[in-house]
Design a protein around this ligand. Structure first.
Ligand code: AMP
Ligand code: TRP
Length: 326
């Protein structure tokens, strides 16, 4: 029996942080042996806002190297760069033509991002249609992402269903896979805000490649609340976030969490979380230093070459369904 397909993407912008790891990449690693996985560096998404070209080129390789460092085996899963398979852009256009503008204007990520920009590129509005194309292009069944992408996945399903009902069965309708813990890691400095690559505060996020002593300091400085110690009934968002980070990295059960943390003073809580984070990041950083760039380019090209026929078949089918020239 053929394995069901999994697809997910990460943008080559900013610094990957523990939210990206716990929300998405840790699940990529878990799923790779059970499913036919494609993990993609989505450079076409990155250019929806200006990227300095040399820096973008460097970032694409950094993300690919981090995928491997986090435990993705390129001999098991397919690693690729989005722009090296033209079907992403091609299907993106075809799906644009069946997507009502109102669906895109409702996307909260678009509303947030466009509010921060003086002039808004059309690509920013288009962004979730390209994401739908990424997923539908490979007839993906499962899409592992963090919670902030749930709305985009719902839109993907709406686009697939609306195309299927208008033109006949064409696309697999994908399911969202969120991690049990770590689906929404919050900023250490402000636990009301999602940890984000673009936030500027020095104590906001922990980068996967951060110096570990610095990373521990950031946790020791994290915002908590006015209680003195952990109380699972009354804890505020800062404490909940720290416990969530610990649980997502360690895999501890709820019962183990209760036993280990109930009544613990915040200073000791932070020490435990800091130790756990450092212990989990250390092997990732060690492997990252071993991944070489030359080899990486070959792997990415091979990944794209291996998967391109699937993309071409879907584009051909879609064009045929729509009556376009094939
Ligand atoms: P991005 O960096 O926006 O390309 O996101 C890559 C993946 O990380 C996506 O699946 C996001 O949902 C996930 N992600 C980003 N930020 C967080 C966060 N703070 N908590 C959990 N998952 C996140
Ligand atoms: N929009 C996603 C993010 O910012 C990245 C992405 C692009 C993606 N295409 C995708 C995620 C397809 C899952 C599947 O995190």
């Amino acid at each position: 029996m053929t394995k069901a397909r999994v697809f997910s993407g990460v943008q080559p912008t900013g610094h990957l942080h523990i939210g990206n790891y716990l929300g998405a990449i840790q699940n990529f690693v878990r799923l790779q042996h059970e499913y036919d996985c494609i993990f993609c560096v989505v450079d076409l998404h990155a250019v929806t806002v200006y990227q300095e070209p040399a820096e973008l080129r460097r970032k694409i390789r950094e993300i690919a190297a981090l995928f491997i460092a986090c435990g993705i085996d390129p001999n098991v899963a397919t690693l690729m760069v989005q722009s090296s398979v033209s079907g992403h852009a091609e299907l993106g256009w075809l799906l644009t033509c069946v997507t009502p503008l109102g669906w895109l204007e409702r996307m909260t990520q678009y509303k947030d991002k466009s509010a921060k920009q003086e002039t808004i590129g059309a690509g920013l509005l288009q962004y979730p249609v390209l994401m739908a194309a990424d997923i539908l292009l490979y007839q993906s069944k499962i899409v592992p992402v963090g919670d902030d992408q749930s709305q985009h996945l719902e839109l993907t399903r709406d686009i697939a269903q609306s195309f299927n009902s208008r033109y006949g069965d064409t696309f697999t309708v994908p399911a969202t896979k969120l991690p049990t813990h770590g689906a929404r890691v919050m900023g250490l400095d402000d636990p009301e805000k999602k940890m984000s690559k673009s936030a500027t505060g020095t104590s906001h996020a922990i980068g996967l490649l951060d110096d570990l002593a610095q990373a521990k300091k950031k946790i020791m400085r994290a915002t908590t609340d006015s209680n003195p110690a952990v109380d699972f009934e009354t804890m505020g968002p800062g404490v909940r976030n720290l416990l969530g980070i610990y649980q997502a990295f360690s895999g501890a059960s709820n019962e183990q969490m209760q036993n280990e943390f109930a009544g613990l003073r915040y200073g000791d809580l932070k020490k435990k979380v800091a130790e756990q984070v450092a212990q989990s990041l250390e092997p990732i950083q060690a492997r990252y230093r071993e991944v070489t760039t030359g080899n990486l380019d070959d792997l990415l090209r091979q990944g794209a070459n291996r998967i391109r026929p699937v993309a071409e078949a879907t584009v051909r089918l879609t064009k045929d369904r729509m009556g376009l020239y094939t």
